[in-house]
Write a protein that binds this ligand. Structure first.
Ligand code: HMG
Ligand code: MG
Length: 297
């Protein structure tokens, strides 16, 4: 049975921009976020507190957050103690940590083993939960790793359960390099739904490298998932995951779900305006189906 309503978490300002070669000034990032909020997104990843040497595009995180906080769920990503401290100082109330199930990927992305990251994050997350923060955990390489290949479902479950023990509110389970197929999505999310607490929010995060993302969303809904990370314009990709391309485009997901009678609360026209705003600032053209239809290209 399919859900009547689906929540979309807009990740364009973070995942969408982090790998963009052109530096986008903070004022343009802030306007992009504002246009996306006008389109109806209640949950969004705004930016990340990561090393400016590793990800120069996110070096203005403090300025972006300082201009964008409101009553909605505004996530900022933080990979370690230092990032979490910076996030707390910035005034956000919704913090997203991230870790890779695959050790080789986690080393490339955060310069630590998966276990080292989990050990560093545990006391930090427990402290955040004591103070009433909303904590989301993004779990990379939940299907395939660019270095290790297929990732075992029970390894994913183990990481999810550890985060659950720490008290995280939401798990965003990611196909980092867009290699999962619908059958694998159905199977992994069925397993996670079965073993995780009913109160833990489970979100699916798809990159569309091989054009499987919409089919993967459908299969995930059949397994009971009703929350998806999407990116305006289909922008995105992790700089440390060779072969990763953009996230599934928010506008294509909104279109598909609306046509299926599933509500998202997002205005497609306004969302396309946000994509049209950011498009000329980027080094490559926006390629989502809805964007191209709308622009007659
Ligand atoms: P490191 O070099 O091992 O860090 O990098 P370190 O602890 O040795 O510190 C080196 C310097 O970085 C120090 O400064 C620290 O203060 C500073 P210095 O003394 O040299 O001036 N530093 C920081 N600065 C800002 N923010 C921080 C921070 N931490 C240390 N949080 C580090 C380790 C984690 C910092 C680095 O590897 C890093 O920044 N990685 C981020 C990688 C990243 O952003 N990846 C993309 C996001 S994840 C993703 O896209 C996947 C996702 O979408 C899901 C999916 O699709 O799979 C979520
Ligand atoms: Mg991603």
């Amino acid at each position: 049975e399919l859900p009547e309503r689906v929540a979309l978490i807009e990740v364009g300002p973070r995942d969408g921009l982090q790998n963009e070669k052109n530096f986008i000034p903070a004022k343009n990032k802030i306007e992009f976020i504002s246009l996306l909020k006008d389109a109806g997104f209640q949950e969004m990843e705004l930016t990340s507190f990561v090393s400016p040497k590793w990800v120069p595009q996110m070096k203005d995180a403090g300025e972006v957050i300082g201009n964008c906080l409101d009553d909605s769920r505004n996530f900022v990503l933080a990979p370690n103690k230092k990032g979490i401290e910076m996030a707390v100082e910035s005034g956000v109330k919704h913090i997203a940590v991230f870790v890779g199930v695959s050790n080789s990927f986690n080393k490339k992305n955060i310069n630590k083993s998966t276990e080292e990251s989990m050990n560093e994050l545990r006391p930090q997350i427990e402290e955040l939960k004591r103070k009433g923060y909303f904590v989301r955990a993004c779990i990379s390489t939940s299907f395939y790793c660019p270095f290790e290949g297929k990732v075992d479902e029970y390894e994913v479950l183990k990481v999810c359960q550890e985060f659950e023990e720490m008290g995280v509110d939401e798990l965003s389970v990611a196909d980092t390099i867009g290699m999962a197929n619908p059958k694998e999505c159905y199977e992994l999310f069925t397993l996670l739904k079965h073993h995780l607490r009913a109160t833990t929010l489970i979100t699916a995060h798809f990159h569309d490298t091989r054009g499987m993302a919409l089919a993967n969303i459908f299969a995930s809904m059949q397994a009971g998932i009703d929350r998806f990370d999407t990116s305006a314009g289909g922008l995105g990709g992790c700089p440390f995951a060779p072969g990763a391309s953009g996230n599934v485009a928010s506008e294509d997901v909104v279109y598909m779900l609306t046509q299926m009678g599933i509500s998202t609360g997002i205005h497609l026209d306004k969302l396309l305006e946000a994509a049209a705003y950011i498009s000329p600032l980027l080094s490559k053209p926006v390629a989502s189906k809805q964007f191209k239809l709308h622009q007659n290209i």
